[in-house]
Design a protein around this ligand. Structure first.
Ligand code: BGC
Length: 765
């Protein structure tokens, strides 16, 4: 794979860019995430989102509803900013190091995706003329998930004298808020109260509890300074400052290593004891060994998720940067999942959405299926809460997953574009089936997946009804958030149908297995219900317009007014920030793919002509105001042989964070977009589909590239796919031979297979 370092020279010191860099250079490992604020801070008038987060660690917070309508959400969950362990202040005699004063001679920031570290280098001249080089390396360890380290090197160039270091461990923290952006929390509150702050064996501990969720977190920090001459701790109830002194000599490096570990009560019994043992574990090996473990972990990750673009180095690097963010963001246990911003910021308050199943899980399913298992296990953990949610919304049976959540309860305050998105049930079911099709891991389906598929299927039976011989699902919202509360949303109905069909299939496939029978008994699943599932699936109503030969997004979509989006002033995008929702709902205008997404994931449910016409229709009216949009259009364009378009959508989308294209990367990176871009290569250009009938490829090659290669994992086999101008090669690295389908023709893959590449491709050809 390509270049492993993303770097920025000459750090821009304006506030906006610093906020974006806090997200772009953050460190995370799926458990903890630390935004990349300067250790020494910014000037007082600067804004910072100086966050450290734990995946899935939350508090409850009130959410105002103007009217007390039954069932609306009054309390949501928010991911908490936990103790700040990144502060380090350096004093050279009486001068404090700050790159906002004096002169910056050289500066740079980088993230090394092979080593799993970020770095900052500054060559600085103080106002009084002291020259010094500072290099800071930070790591959130994949080897030990509780651990975050800072290696801080100081090289005095032209002076000697006293150096004083203040290393802070601060439990007095708040979350970020922005009352002007609905994608952020709207008020600030002190969620965490430190209840003890103490020093033990040279380490500081802060133990805090949440205001309402009854959770606890303990952080422990220990500093090691080379050539240390003196040390003292200054502590109060919420802050522990370790003051250390040493001597500067020209050319002689001073090194501070700061270890921070976290333990939270979601995962462990006794946070203080665990924090102490985690610190002991971290210190039992050298920092160099920890770096080595980090590199080893990533070497395996890159091998499994290998993808390389040949002939466009910049894009290849952006891709690698993006995929690094996915492994940084995804939880490695069932207590967490993956949030739209990962652990890089507070946008969407760290809650989990359908983004996980439909945009990110596909990547893990074909590269690291163990991670998909853990994401599904999270959904299994909150299944009971989803059943409670279904009850709250008036359903007599089944489970309804909340649209956005951390611990399983609904968090969306605005239900038309939130709780009404029932398709999340179908998304979760779809992703479990996708896992099954790619792995054939029936044991796991039996253990966790099937129950979710039955409970979500049950819900469709309760929300929908038979009318005139067809099954209808009314008053729901599809993925497009500019069209809300509609009847028969095509995407929702198509997925519900798939969900029901698979509930029936799994039932017949597993009904004789003892474990399955136990579960069936426990959830009281009857044969009559299965018969009803079958009937509803067969009679599912899928909107179709005879005249346009497209699938309308829902029953009323085509009746609505047209709005030529080219006439809307650029400054009014995203429309959600400039128009009342009702205004948007009355137009044929889409925030993101809805029917187009259904056509991608369930491509056999419509004839090619309908898919082609629908693409042309929705393309004109989609604003791509969501970062989840362009990647899907790219995949669909690839499928339709619209190669230039496919490439254009892909290119615009891949650098979304690195170029801050949506102007909100400061709130965090966009993980669904990243997963979607990966899909745009593998499913889009590569044409991969994994179906019940087997594995399919139909590769195209973007004109600008000389080739691309990727590795996927399919039913315990590792397959490398390589595309060049003239050929497609498939190589089975491990596992049994298998039949694969390329450009609609079947081949036996037993070793290496080379096929001439089709130069132009209309998929119906
Ligand atoms: C999109 C949703 C998405 C959410 C979180 C919204 O802008 O419309 O589809 O789930 O962002 O990424």
């Amino acid at each position: 794979m390509g270049k492993a370092i993303y770097e920025k020279n000459d750090i821009k010191l304006d506030n906006y860019n610093l906020l974006v860099d806090e997200a772009l250079f953050h460190n995370a490992n799926g458990y903890i995430g630390v935004r990349s604020a300067f250790e020494e801070g910014y000037p007082e008038n600067f804004k910072t989102i100086r966050g450290e987060y734990i995946n899935g660690f939350y508090d409850f917070t009130q959410t105002e509803q103007a009217e007390n309508i039954y069932g609306l959400v009054h309390e949501k969950q928010t991911m908490l900013n936990v103790a700040d362990t990144q502060s380090i202040d350096i004093y050279f005699d009486d001068e404090k190091f700050s790159i906002f004063e004096g002169t910056v001679l050289k500066s740079k920031r980088w993230v090394d995706m092979d080593k799993g570290i970020t770095g900052r280098f500054v060559s600085w001249r103080s106002p009084k003329g002291k020259e010094v080089e500072i290099k800071v390396i930070r790591m959130a360890s994949f080897y030990q998930l509780s651990l975050f380290t800072i290696e801080y090197q100081i090289k005095p160039i032209n002076f000697s004298g006293d150096v004083m270091i203040e290393s802070n461990h601060n439990g007095n923290v708040k979350n970020f808020f922005d009352p002007h952006d609905p994608r952020n929390a709207d008020e600030s509150f002190q969620y965490l109260t430190p209840e003890s702050c103490y020093i033990q064996y040279g380490a500081s501990y802060i133990n805090s509890h949440t205001s309402k969720s009854g959770l606890e977190v303990c952080s422990c920090v220990k500093n090691f300074l080379s050539g240390e001459s003196e040390r003292q701790f200054i502590i109060n109830e919420s802050n522990a400052q370790c003051q250390m002194s040493t001597i500067a000599q020209p050319g002689k490096k001073i090194k501070l290593i700061k270890y921070a570990v976290f333990a939270d009560s979601l995962r462990v019994e006794n946070c203080k004891v665990t924090a102490a043992s985690e610190m002991k574990k971290a210190l039992s090996v050298s920092l160099q060994e920890l770096y080595k473990h980090q590199e080893d972990y990533l070497a395996e990750y890159w091998e499994n998720s290998y993808v390389e673009i040949q002939g466009d180095n910049e894009l290849d690097m952006a891709l690698k940067y993006n995929l690094f963010q996915l492994i940084q963001s995804v939880s490695k246990d069932e207590y967490g999942n993956i949030a739209p911003k990962g652990l890089s910021g507070e946008g969407y308050e760290g809650q989990y959405f359908w983004d996980s199943e439909m945009y990110i899980q596909p990547f893990f399913t074909i590269t690291n299926p163990e991670i998909t298992k853990s994401l599904i296990a999270y959904r299994y953990e909150i299944l009971d809460k989803a059943k409670e949610n279904a009850k709250l919304l008036g359903h007599k049976k089944g489970a309804l997953y909340p649209w956005r959540t951390i611990m399983g309860k609904e968090c969306s305050g605005y239900f038309p574009a939130g709780s009404a998105q029932y398709h999340i049930n179908g998304d979760i079911a779809y992703s479990i089936i996708a896992y099954y099709l790619a792995t054939k891991d029936l044991d796991f389906i039996q253990e966790k997946g099937a129950e979710i598929i039955f409970e979500t299927a049950r819900l469709w039976m309760d929300v929908g009804n038979f009318y005139n011989g067809q099954f209808h699902i009314n008053d729901v919202t599809g993925p497009d958030e500019y069209t809300c509360i509609v009847n028969n949303n095509y995407y929702t109905n198509a997925l519900a149908q798939y969900n029901l069909q698979w509930a029936v299939k799994l039932y017949f496939q597993m009904r004789k297995l003892p474990e399955f029978r136990k579960m069936q008994k426990r959830i009281k699943l009857s044969y009559e219900e299965i018969t009803e599932f079958k009937k509803a699936a067969e009679q599912m109503y899928l909107p179709y317009d005879e005249k346009l030969k497209i699938n309308p997004q829902d029953d009323s979509f085509l009746q609505k007014k047209h709005w030529d989006i080219d006439t809307i002033p650029k400054k009014n995008f995203p429309l959600l920030l400039h128009y009342h929702p009702l205004h948007l709902y009355r137009y044929q205008v889409c925030k993101q793919p809805d029917t187009i997404l259904a056509h991608f994931i369930l491509e056999d449910s419509q004839p090619q002509e309908v898919i082609r016409n629908s693409f042309a229709y929705y393309e004109k009216i989609t604003t791509h105001d969501s970062s989840l949009s362009r990647c899907i259009f790219s995949i669909s364009a690839s499928r339709l042989g619209l190669e230039d378009k496919a490439f254009k959508y892909f290119g615009d989308s891949t650098k979304l964070d690195l170029m801050d294209l949506h102007k909100n990367t400061k709130d965090g990176i966009h993980t669904a977009n990243i997963g979607g871009n990966y899909m745009a290569i593998i499913y889009g250009f590569g044409g991969l589909r994994i179906k019940e009938s087997g594995i399919y490829f139909a590769p195209i090659l973007p004109k600008k590239w000389t080739g691309y290669r990727f590795r996927i994992c399919f039913e315990n086999r590792r397959i490398i796919v390589g595309i060049t101008k003239d050929h497609c090669t498939f190589f089975i690295e491990s596992g049994e031979p298998i039949a694969i389908n390329v450009y609609k023709k079947e081949y036996l893959l037993d070793g290496k297979l080379t096929i001439h590449r089709k130069k132009t491709l209309r998929r119906e050809d």
